[in-house]
Design a protein around this ligand. Sequence first.
Ligand code: ATP
Ligand code: MG
Ligand code: ZN
Ligand code: MG
Length: 484
Amino acid sequence: MELDKMDENDWKYHGEGNKSLVVSHIQHSRVLRLLKYPSEDAENTHQIHEEVVYIPFFFPTKQTTEQAFQHILNIVDYSRNVMKPLLGEKYVHSGEVVKLPLDFVRKLSLKIQQERPELRCDKVMDTFSGCGLCLPNLTHLSPCHFGDHRPPLCVEIKPKCGFLPFSRHVTKECKRKVCRFCMHQHFKLANGKWNRLSRYCPLDLFSGSKQRMYIAIKNLLEEPQNNLKIFKGGELIYSCKDDAKQQPDLNELVQHLWPYFHHSNGHQSSKTVLTEFIQVICSALLSTGDSNRSGEQRKMQLSDSRVLCEASPLHRDLLRNDVPIQSALHMGALHPYTWQAVLVFPKTVSLAKILQAQMMDNLDIEGLYPLYKRVEQYLEEFPKESEKHVPSEDDGSIEYAVAKVLQYRVAMTAKDCSIMITFAPCGEDEKLQPHLEIQPTKSRFAFSVSILDLDPKPYESIPHQYKLDTKIVNYYLKSTITTQ
Ligand code: ATP
Ligand code: MG
Ligand code: ZN
Ligand code: MG
C-alpha cells in the first residue's frame, strides 16, 4: 500500500462499530480502521482548527493529529503487548498505524456515507487527523487455501461475558443466577434499543458443550442484534436489519449457504444446511488450531455454579424437560448429566482464552468500584507517585487497587471483543496441514479463527459501568418480579 498514492476508489465501506469505521481494499486483503466521534462535535471542531479533532475517548476531548496518532498507537500497543499474550499469538492481529493523506480520507468519507446504517450515523468518521489502523482483512482466508471457486464464508460473533460473577462482593443474588447479557436484554428492550429479546446466552456459547454451543449459535442466527454478522467473499450477507423491527431473512441466508453444504448424495433441506453450517462454526470454535499439540491438553474447568444462566431459554426448556429441543438437535439427547458435567475445553481454544481474560474481573464491578475510588483519591493527593510492588490480598494499599483496576480493564476488553471464523471449502485432493482443516460433516473446509476489537477500555468508564450494573440489575428484578 503506497500511502502517498491512495485512491478512494480502491476502498469500499466494510462495517463499523461504536468507535470505529472500517473500509476494505477492493483487491488486496486489507482493511483500514478509522476513528469516529460524535457528529454534533464535528462542526465545532472544524470551526476551531483543522488540526484539532475529537477522539472518541469515553469523554471526547480535543486531540491534535499527533494525539490521534498516539491514540491509535496505544490501541496497537495494548492489543500487541497486553491482549495478545493472554489470547494467543495465532488469534490476534494488531495491525499498524498509518498516516493517510487528508484529501483521500475526506473523499473516502463522502463516498461511503450513504452506505452507513442509519443507527450508526450519530457519529461521523474522523476526517481531520488522517490517522488510521491498517489490518489484514479477516473475512478473507490467506491465499494458500484457494483452489475452490466458492468464496470464503466468515462468521463474526461478539460473544460478550461468558460467566456468572463469583465475587463475594456481589450484593444482588440474581447476578449469581442470571448472566449479564440476559439481564441486559430486558433493559435494552425497555429502552427501545432492540424490539425483541435475544434467546442467545453467552454461557451456552462458552460452555464447551457442543449441544449448548449449537443452540447458542442457532439463537444468534435467529436474532443477531449486534452479536452476529456473516460475510461471504468479504461482503456482509447477514446481520441485524437497519430497521430493528424487521427480522433478517434466514431463508435468504440458506440460499447463500446451500452451495457450500450441497452433497451429491441427496437433497439438502434448509434445516440440514443450517445444521451443518452451525456444526462447522462449533468445530472451528472448539479447535485448538495447534499444529504441534504436545501430549496431554490442559483443560479448563468451571465449577457447576458458574455455568448455568437461569434466564437462558435453554435452561428453562431443560427444567421443563422439553423434548422438542432435544430432537431438533439431531445430535443426541441433552442428558442432564452431560449438561452439567461436560463443561470443559482445552485451554488453547479461542473461547477458553477469551473466557480466561474475562474472568480477570474476579471482584465484579461492585468489588472493583471502591478500589477505583481509592485510586482516584490517591491520584488527587499524590499525582506523581511511582508504582511499587503489588500485594495479592487487599491490604488497603494503593498498589493493590491499581493492579485490580488494570486487571478489570483487561476483562472489559475481553467482554467486548469479537471472534471471526473464516472458512472455505477445499477440494478432495487438496492437502492441508491437519490443524487447518475441519471435517465435521461431509464437506471439507479450511478455516482460520481470529479475535478482534481489542481496544483498551477507558479508565474513566468504570463509574459508568458501576451505575449501569445497578440499573440493569434493578430493572431486571423489577421487570421479572411478576414472572418469578
Ligand atoms: P464495537 O462497537 O464492537 O466496540 P468498534 O467500533 O471497536 O466496535 P470493530 O469491532 O473493531 O469496531 O470494527 C467494526 C467492524 O468492522 C467489525 O465488527 C467487523 O465486522 C469489521 N472489522 C474490523 N476489523 C476487521 C478486520 N481486520 N477484518 C475484517 N473486518 C473487520
Ligand atoms: Mg466491535
Ligand atoms: Zn444468560
Ligand atoms: Mg471496540
